[in-house]
Design a protein around this ligand. Structure first.
Ligand SMILES: *Cc1c(COP(=O)(O)O)cnc(C)c1O
Length: 428
């Protein structure tokens, strides 16, 4: 979307009117037009179809059909959903499966890869990675007797990773590179092809965390010859709170890697109840145990909503929304000391923008808890000074962005944020 933006609210309304994706907003449960939700990158909105599906599944599949639902619908669901997610992240049938949380999937695939890369003792990640990823890697290293080292690539500007630094840290002794494709704070986006080619030249495998990328940017796992990936379904995939995560293993690697958690759902035939584990073949070997079925079922309508318009169209709108937000921020908010905390080049960015301000926490509180306003705006705060705005092309409008920037201007002009304290909530 190449647009010459204008500062008026009429302009925002006009782009919304011409937006070919506008109709998708009606597919979500939005009960309150006094709320602007810009946190779909943390917890996606509820699709209307999911609301009905869960009500019906509770009644019929759990209430009436009970245990028979396993054969009717539930047992194959992790693969069925995996194949739909594959369409969104550029993978093939049989390469993606839904299971566990992102943290647990990261553990399974990282440990499997490290075991496979015998003799290599370096793991590379970066300082932008989501903490759980680093914690999991630190735990694996402890389990392996501290004979491994975790090396982190740095950033010079807190916005992008220094790619020369990253590349210099991937050497012949590197077993695995673990990176979030889109950084959760700054939205920095890696060029997956560049990193994969570099890592493979050194004999390292790459494990992508797609939590902030899946459903937000075009991810081309097959085209970039990606090895491994994990990601959340409750962010841009709109699967609901705590919905199980996904994992991807490239076809030819599936035979070579074994799951370090040998649960019965990853067994060749769980219902033989054999006493000795035999690994299932294919992607099912990375399952562990019984999934949270209601949360699992809740994922499907959200995936259909992404597949219908296609990720390329969604990405076009995402870039338009982000560029518009940056434009309005520079027009109206720089004078109050805000800075952009995300890459300015859309090609290097996911679907959220962080803006930085020393009073970010209190400004964020003011947006959410109204202050003197009638309009509630929900972004989120990320330490130490980021307000993070997630743009979900399926339901975010240009008018919402205009109103958000207008509201930020009022909060700054009137010092309204001073009504709030700096004491952090448990979940920010
Ligand atoms: C949200 C997020 C997670 C969360 O992991 P859970 O196990 O679902 O809590 C992990 N990694 C990244 C990059 C994330 O953005």
């Amino acid at each position: 979307m190449k647009i010459n933006f204008e500062t008026t609210p009429e302009f925002a309304r006009q782009i919304d009117k011409n937006d070919v994706l506008a109709k998708f907003r009606n597919q979500f449960y939005i009960d309150d037009d006094k709320t602007i939700y810009l946190d779909g990158n943390s917890l996606g909105r509820l699709p209307l179809k999911t609301k009905d599906l869960i009500a019906r599944a509770v009644q019929k599949q759990w209430g009436t059909d009970l245990i028979e639902s396993w054969n009717k619908n539930w047992y194959t669901k992790p693969e069925v959903l995996g194949n739909k997610i594959a369409q969104i992240i550029g993978a093939s049938d049989g390469e993606v499966i839904v299971s566990d949380s992102t943290s647990v999937n990261l553990y399974k695939l990282a440990k499997a890869a490290i075991n496979f890369q015998k003799g290599k003792t370096r793991i590379v990640s970066d300082v932008f990675n989501f903490p759980t990823d680093l914690y999991i890697l630190q735990g694996i290293i402890r389990e392996l007797g501290n004979n491994y080292e975790l090396v982190l690539a740095n950033s010079k500007d807190e916005i992008s990773i220094d790619l020369d630094d990253l590349k210099s840290k991937i050497n012949e002794n590197t077993a695995l590179v673990v990176l979030s494709m889109v950084a959760f704070k700054s939205a920095f986006l890696y060029d997956a092809n560049e990193i994969t080619v570099w890592a493979h030249q050194k004999g390292a495998l790459v494990l992508w965390d797609l939590s902030h990328a899946a459903g937000a940017v075009p991810v081309e796992l097959n085209k970039t010859n990606a090895d491994l990936a994990v990601g959340c379904t409750y962010k841009y995939l709109n699967g609901g709170p705590g919905s199980p995560a996904f994992l991807y293993v490239r076809k030819d690697l599936q035979d070579q890697l074994s799951s370090p958690i040998q649960g019965w759902f990853g067994e060749e035939n769980p219902f033989e109840f054999g006493l000795n584990y035999r690994s299932a073949s294919g992607i099912r070997k990375f399952l562990t145990g019984t999934p949270p079925v209601l949360n699992l079922l809740a994922i499907e309508p959200g995936l259909d909503l992404l597949i219908e318009p296609g990720i390329d169209n969604l990405y076009e709108k995402s870039k338009g929304l982000s560029e518009y937000f940056i434009f309005l921020t520079s027009e109206f908010l720089f004078e109050f000391g805000f800075e952009i905390g995300s890459p300015l080049d859309p090609a290097q960015r996911g679907s959220h923008i962080s803006i930085k301000h020393p009073e970010a926490y209190r400004i964020c509180q003011s947006l959410i808890h109204l202050g003197n306003a009638e309009l509630k705006i929900i972004p989120d705060f990320r330490e130490p000074d980021n307000i993070r705005f997630g743009f979900t092309p399926l339901y975010t409008t240009f008018t919402e962005i205009w109103k958000t920037v207008e509201r930020l201007g009022i909060i700054m002009k009137t010092h309204e944020y001073e009504l709030f304290g700096s004491e952090r909530n448990a979940v920010t």
